[in-house]
Ligand binder design. Structure first.
Ligand code: CP
Length: 315
């Protein structure tokens, strides 16, 4: 049954993305309101999370909603054999909106097809992570003043990193030039490269990672090697430290360049970089709150006009 679910941003227009950015800006100005008073948001996390779950829950709480859910599927009746459809049907009896992270690609789409309430995909396997992409777009816009004509360097695990996959399709409206920097084992998969070609998205590919390869970047998007997606841990061991961003590699960086990382960081960015003006990943994680407030409201049918006219702001 059709609901206002968010499974991927791939079909969102430029206008819709800018509209959601404007909504997030409103929430950055005034994050504490009661606009969702009386609503219940469920967070179902079948995979571990720190930022996504906590920022969705903070987003709902700061807007006056109540939150139910679980962060560990081992404490649910899934361990007794309950199937995903039944879990979704049960939770939709209790909540107005379901935020779900699942280890299976396509699980969020499936949930949206059976659920009577909207589903927000909080990550499905190595596939998509649209709420991360929304906060990434917001962060890029905030740090660069535009989303247009940017040089975006994606570094690390481009094979399993769902955040970079989501970002490609969302940026297609803004004439980006992507630079894929990864070892062969973690290279951007062919279907995503074909998607770029079909949609006129420019890209280059590199294996070298040094001050020269990143000197033209407006955005340097670092990623963690996704250990949990490897079937062969020996293969993971061989690539896990593939690319570490060191402080001295920033000597030729553009003044406006910002380093993003969806986090968690394992061994991708030297800690000394945290204190440079290039580091933007903690602000990026903070922006997750405002972007997710926008996505929750949009899924529940609350408009930008509703938010601008909202009289429930708490000072
Ligand atoms: N960026 C992100 O998805 O972080 P978590 O896995 O901690 O939610």
């Amino acid at each position: 049954m059709p609901t206002n679910s968010l499974i991927t941003l791939a079909g969102y227009s430029k206008e819709k993305l800018m509209y959601l950015i404007a909504m997030a800006q409103e929430f950055e100005r005034h994050p504490n309101r009661k606009i969702l008073e009386g609503r219940i948001v469920a967070t179902l996390f079948f995979e571990p999370s720190t930022r996504t779950r906590l920022s969705f829950e903070t987003a709902a709480n700061r807007l006056g909603a109540k939150v139910i859910g679980f962060s560990d599927p081992k404490v649910t009746s899934g361990t007794k054999g309950e199937i995903l459809k039944d879990t979704i049907m049960m939770v939709s009896n209790y909540a107005d909106l379901i935020v779900m992270r699942h280890f299976l690609e396509g699980a969020a789409l499936y949930a949206s097809e059976v659920s009577p309430v909207p589903i927000i995909n909080a990550g499905d396997g190595a596939n998509q992570h649209p709420s991360q992409t929304m906060l990434d777009l917001y962060t890029i816009y905030q740090s660069q003043g535009t989303l247009e004509n940017l040089e975006i360097h994606l570094v690390g695990d481009l094979k399993y990193g769902r955040t970079v996959h989501s970002l490609l399709s969302a940026m297609r409206h803004f004439n980006p030039c992507f630079h894929f920097i990864a070892p062969d084992e973690l290279a951007m998969p062919e279907p995503y490269k074909k998607y770029c070609t079909a949609n006129g998205i420019r890209f280059t590919e590199h294996k070298d990672f040094n001050s020269d390869t990143i000197s033209g970047a407006d955005i340097l998007y670092m990623t963690r090697v996704q250990k949990e997606r490897f079937s062969d841990l020996m293969e993971y061991e061989q690539v896990k430290d593939a690319y570490l961003l060191k402080g001295d590699m920033l000597s030729k960086a553009r003044p406006n360049m910002k380093i993003l990382h969806p986090l968690p960081r394992v061994n991708e960015i030297e800690y000394c970089i945290d204190d440079t003006p290039y580091a933007y990943y903690f602000q990026q994680a903070r922006n997750g709150l405002y972007a997710r407030q926008a996505l929750i409201c949009d899924a529940l049918g609350i408009t930008l006009e509703d938010i601008r006219n909202d009289k429930t702001i708490l000072k």
